[in-house]
Design a protein around this ligand. Structure first.
Ligand SMILES: [Zn+2]
Length: 262
């Protein structure tokens, strides 16, 4: 069994075939899918979908850094109001994004730090989004004086960054980018032990080869595992076992029994 640790299949890109997409994932042996939150505009559809598949789809709550703007306080209020009211498996995705817009950089840090604090209080893993912002992310994480756990999603760094993230308590989220030519993610995967990796699609974005450029979905997870296996010179089965176990431990999914009805 595989786990997709990062998928936005509740997004409007899947409005016409969401159930078929979930079914295709199950048929590809991707039985568990983690749903990272974005903001108020998508949260209801995420929670509704998770409610439809409570044994297989697991939601997080959080505020994405690209959703931090002048009304960030209301955004945070809406997010925090739901904490404790609904079953969640982690906090996120949160972080810093300096690629799309730097206008609210300071606010992004405030919102990120607040979510790290909540994750600590609730003893939940945190899923971190980083784009053009790895040094800034590390600066924030270094200020946290407790044992963190979570994922640096779509890991954007080199081997040294990877070691740093692992030392801070994080797993590296490896997705479709690993299959692209000249990908630094492929280099990292060649050097970092599989015990520190988890698989993710980031659907609908970043589809792996041979689907590059198309809409991404969880059923493509085995392509990512196969590529990691090729890079590391081991069996895909081995990659599957280790990354699934990593994700099970991180999101505390051992008490779930895999639902085979599909
Ligand atoms: Zn995402």
């Amino acid at each position: 069994m595989y786990i997709d640790t990062h998928s936005h299949i509740y997004a409007e890109e899947f409005d016409n075939d969401r159930d078929e997409t979930v079914r295709r994932a199950f048929e590809a042996d991707v039985r568990y899918i983690i749903l990272p939150d974005i903001d108020r505009t998508t949260r209801q559809s995420m929670l509704a979908l998770a409610g439809q598949y409570p044994d297989n789809l697991f939601p997080l709550l959080g505020v994405h850094p690209t959703s931090v703007n002048a009304s960030y306080k209301e955004e945070m209020k809406a997010f925090e109001k739901l904490l404790g009211q609904t079953t969640i498996y982690g906090i996120g995705e949160c972080g810093i994004d300096l690629y799309w817009d730097k206008t609210y950089y300071k606010e992004q840090i405030v919102v990120f730090e607040r979510q790290l604090h909540i994750a600590r209080e609730m003893d939940l893993p945190v899923v971190i989004h980083s784009r053009e912002s790895l040094p800034e992310i590390f600066a924030v994480l270094k200020k946290q004086h407790y044992n963190m756990k979570g994922i640096l999603h779509c890991f954007p760094g080199n081997e040294e960054d990877a070691r740093r993230a692992i030392d801070l308590g994080f797993r590296l989220g490896i997705g479709g980018v690993v299959t692209f030519k000249k990908s630094s993610m492929a280099e990292v995967v060649g050097k970092i032990e599989t015990e520190h990796l988890v698989l993710e699609t980031d659907a609908p974005y970043l589809a792996p080869v041979p689907f590059r450029g198309k809409r991404n979905e969880s059923s493509y997870i085995p392509c990512i595992a196969a590529k990691i296996a090729e890079i590391r010179g081991v069996d895909t089965k081995k990659i599957q076992e280790i990354t699934t176990n990593n994700a099970m431990n991180l999101f505390n999914l051992h008490s779930k029994s895999v639902d085979n009805k599909f």
